[in-house]
Design a protein around this ligand. Sequence first.
Ligand code: ADP
Ligand code: ZN
Length: 622
Amino acid sequence: MEQKRQFTIWYFIIIFWAIVIVQNFIAQDRVISLPYSEFKTLLKMGKVKEIVIEEQLISGTLDGNGVNGLVTKETADHIKQLGAGEHPFSTIRVSDPALMQDLEIAKVRYSGQMDNKWFSTILSWVLPGVIFIVIWLFAMNRIGTTGGLMSIGKNKAKVYMAKETGITFDDVAGIDEAKDELMQVVEFLKAPERYRRLGGKIPKGVLIVGAPGTGKTLLAKAVAGEAGVPFFSISGSEFVEMFVGVGAARVRDLFEQAEQKAPCIIFIDELDALGKARGMGISGNDEREQTLNQLLVQMDGFDTNKGVIIMAATNRPEILDPALLRPGRFDRHVAIDRPDLMGREKILQVHCKHVTLAPSLELTAIAARTPGFAGADLANLVNEAALHAARVGKDAVDMTDFDEAIDRVVGGLEKKNRIMNPKEKETVAYHEAGHALVAEMRPNADRVGKITIIPRGIAALGYTQQIPTEDRYLLKKSELLDRIDVLLGGRVAEELVFGDVSTGAQNDLQRATDMARHMITRYGMSETLGLATFEEPRTSAFLDVPVSQPPSPYSERTAQVIDDEISKLLAKAHERVELTLKTNKAILDALAKLLLEKEVVDRGTLEGLLSTHDLQPVEHYK
Ligand code: ADP
Ligand code: ZN
């Protein structure tokens, strides 16, 4: 829409100027306009050469030499400006019965009309018209013959404009695997015949999955740029209109235009807005379903050999309609993660290309300070830093500017999620300290990598990250028990310190319960129930379609025993954890305090803290 409007405005400006210029050139400017009295004087002095008498105007040519005393200074100046020789002039015709006589005396040729004038008038109006038509034809040609400007009113579909993106893989950093995967698509778009000849199957649809700002759109544009093909871009939400049928028409229109521009790329952003699983939720959206169906039909109907590749982006692949992911549709999936340390450094390099950096500035240090930043956050960060440096009048951007910018961007990211009051923050600090401490004191648990009480996402207020030392496929009972202990650590710390508990442990408890249940019902780790397994019938995790209750595979009594066993197992774990934390309460306090102060405690700092305290191992059980 935007482009179309711009185009029309541009078009009218050109026509306007064409008219002005042509008319100016042909008619005005060089003509001296005289008061009638001056004209008469010049006529009598023999300076007028020939004239044309029209209804309201007399025009002609005059001899500019030696007129100085005869005319006003203004006229004289004008004549001087035009130089020596004969010049056209005009004057308003007044009723003057003596005119004819004077003309005869001065022997001036006169006529009633001038051919030349008539011609120039026509020209000044015809020429812009011709230009108008030429531009019109040009526009028709550019937009495409069937679509064209005419079709705007015909259906409500949008006229899609293909663009050359000008973006290459060099502009995309830190996501090399995704780039590698898409290289093949680029190859295909560059030389479709080569693949066709060997009968290879070309992907029709590529789905790029990743968090917002990780560069999905950028990557799709880069594929188009690398292959040098046009890029049609549309957002899934744009398809979903108020009026039934419009979305479907748009899809049809889009594919029609894309086929004419093939090879090319169609990019659908926010595919989830359009491709939510059909029949989900209470109020179905007819329009969306129609549009989605149309998309599926189009994807099935067209032939990849024409060289149209459909790329789509989403950050919620799990809610997509499974039909979209079937072979022949979006069957290639490319996942983009938030960049790691190296990746962040590379992305910073890309965005710092045109920024004047202080020589002392180390991008590695900035990358190290920005875990969790996506590409878009980093681009924003560089911009903020450059703005800050400019504001304070520096010649180059240095670390202090980046410090400011990081605070600002991180602040924004944090606020977007949640702000905690101090009391809540303390609760979270103790909770996470509890997890961490128990993890450190259980030989079979994973070591703690990082503890943070910066809220992220909707659910997590804090987070204790454990680093698995190795990939595990088998877990021993002792390991499972230690994991349960770590999960309970947060809750128990809250109990000990505040004498009260919060809702923050819900997820921990759920996971601990699940683990305990699995130990008993799946892995035969309960003495009372022995080696028998008691799997429950599985229900679909996604769809909230109620599965009709199948008969339980075990008796009421067994169910009761299972429940009792789970409770017993968890109660024992609780006891152990309580003992551990009570004996080491001083360290718990110290760690919580440190967390409140720094918000993030990494492994090194944690080890430092533990080494200055005396860890009291607790002999227990098992
Ligand atoms: P998405 O589509 O995943 O939400 P975008 O592709 O729109 O994200 O990314 C927004 C901006 O962030 C890009 O225009 C680019 O400036 C920057 N960006 C994101 N990822 C990267 C990357 N891997 N390398 C360089 N710049 C990136
Ligand atoms: Zn927890």
